[in-house]
Design a protein around this ligand. Structure first.
Ligand code: SF4
Length: 414
């Protein structure tokens, strides 16, 4: 009996947050690529901070005005993204996707929601101080998922509404600005942390500088084929500044990333590499995709998802209005015609040989636009559409994905 209790206590210690902090610190040592090490150490450090300071944590959806939260010294966690990351370790987080169903996530919701609820209800993070919802990307499901998490953890919940189809209309900007001021008021009241406008201005300026550098990074990715590890593909999708709030390290990551691209460049003798654009959902499902493509002398030069966090940013004397404009201009909030314009502009910057459009199971927002976008591009590029699932590996047919990519390459070479 005594041994049993001892064993139980030992197991508890192993699963304790201090132990998880040590595990987080060790993760970056498993890679040799400098920029990958930085990505992992930034993410792990951000997680460890949350383990140690639950009173500063806020769970949020993707594409959220994090600048405001960082200015208030909070630690935001995008539940879908972290949920997706953790769900890649099924040994530790068993049955995450099935588990979400018991918490009320519908079976036909996209797997980002299954991942976030399935993982975050397993105590991966301590109880959050706040849960903040919203309708970024026009996704009502994100609001429901966050609300459900708040209810489950008996945590205060607040949500902001994003007007859609933004084309610079003043009413929409004023509406969203008021939503952001409402968010600030709520967080200040709940936590006692203040949102200082001067700090917010400094943060906005740092983010603007980071986007300028990030654009150069994106161009280098579009120019030079490499087989850099998946995290490099992932870093296409959002800047680490949004994800971790560590602005100094984000800048360092960009510099290291650019150097790594140069150092890992692939050269093909007497042959030109095939440059592909990846539209729709991000490249998550196919592990080691870059090696598979490299065998076919192809690489991904552009991933549309990166636009979600690199909208144009103008300066404004009211830093809250500036943030409102930035998030309304994200490609997921602008009208479809504008989104097509953004894609065409990107595709005109380099010569692209072919296009992949990925739809992800259960996502009505991005899947429903596929047909319109492909119709616009089909006369200029060989295209394949791939139906897959961003998070749940059970819905991903790796062979089928490879066959679709092979079909695209054959079309290009014809
Ligand atoms: S993938 Fe689609 S359904 Fe899922 S969270 Fe994103 S926008 Fe919502």
């Amino acid at each position: 009996m005594v041994e049993r209790t001892l064993l139980k206590n030992m197991l508890k210690l192993l699963y304790s947050y201090p132990f998880r902090t040590i595990t987080c610190a060790a993760v970056p040592w498993f890679t040799k690529i400098k920029s990958d090490k930085t990505i992992f150490s930034m993410i792990m450090k951000h997680l460890s901070k949350g383990f140690k300071n639950p009173h500063r944590t806020a769970w949020i959806p993707f594409v959220y005005p994090v600048e405001i939260l960082y200015a208030m010294n909070l630690l935001p966690y995008m539940t879908e993204i972290y949920g997706n990351g953790f769900s890649r370790f099924p040994t530790f987080f068993k049955d995450a996707f099935e588990r979400a169903l018991h918490f009320g996530i519908p079976a036909d919701a996209c797997s980002f929601h299954h991942a976030s609820v399935g993982i975050f209800t397993q105590g991966v993070m301590p109880k959050p101080r706040l849960v903040l919802g919203g309708t970024p990307t026009g996704c009502e499901d994100q609001y429901h998922t966050l609300r459900l998490l708040a209810k489950n953890f008996k945590t205060e919940f607040y949500s902001i509404d994003y007007p859609r189809n933004y084309e610079g209309e003043k009413e929409k900007l004023d509406y969203f600005k008021a939503e952001l001021y409402g968010l600030i008021e709520f967080v200040e009241k709940e936590t006692g942390f203040e949102c200082d406008k001067e700090s917010l201005k400094v943060i906005n300026q740092r983010y603007r500088d980071i986007y300028t550098k990030y654009e150069k990074f994106m161009r280098l990715k579009a120019e030079i084929p490499t087989t850099l590890y998946e995290s490099h593909f992932t870093a296409f999708t959002f800047t680490l500044a949004e994800f971790t709030g560590d602005l100094d390290k984000t800048e360092r990551y960009i510099e290291e990333g650019m150097q790594d691209i140069e150092d890992h460049k692939i050269t093909y003798e007497n042959e030109k590499p095939l440059r592909l654009a990846w539209l729709g959902h991000p490249i998550i499902p196919l592990r080691k995709l870059q090696y598979y493509l490299a065998e076919k002398r192809a690489f991904i030069g552009y991933q549309e998802f990166m636009e979600s966090c690199v909208p144009p940013v103008k300066t404004n004397s009211d830093p809250v209005e500036e943030i409102a404009e930035k998030y309304l201009s994200a490609y997921t909030n602008v009208p479809l015609g504008k989104r097509i314009e953004i894609i065409k502009k990107r595709l005109s910057e380099y010569k692209y040989d072919g296009i992949v459009y990925m739809t992800s199971w259960g996502c009505h927002q991005i899947n429903s636009t596929a047909a319109y976008i492909l119709e616009e591009l089909k006369n200029d590029y060989p295209i394949v559409q791939i139906d897959s699932d961003c998070c749940n590996p059970k819905n991903v047919g790796e062979q089928q994905l490879k066959m679709r990519l092979q079909a695209l390459i054959e079309m290009i070479e014809q």
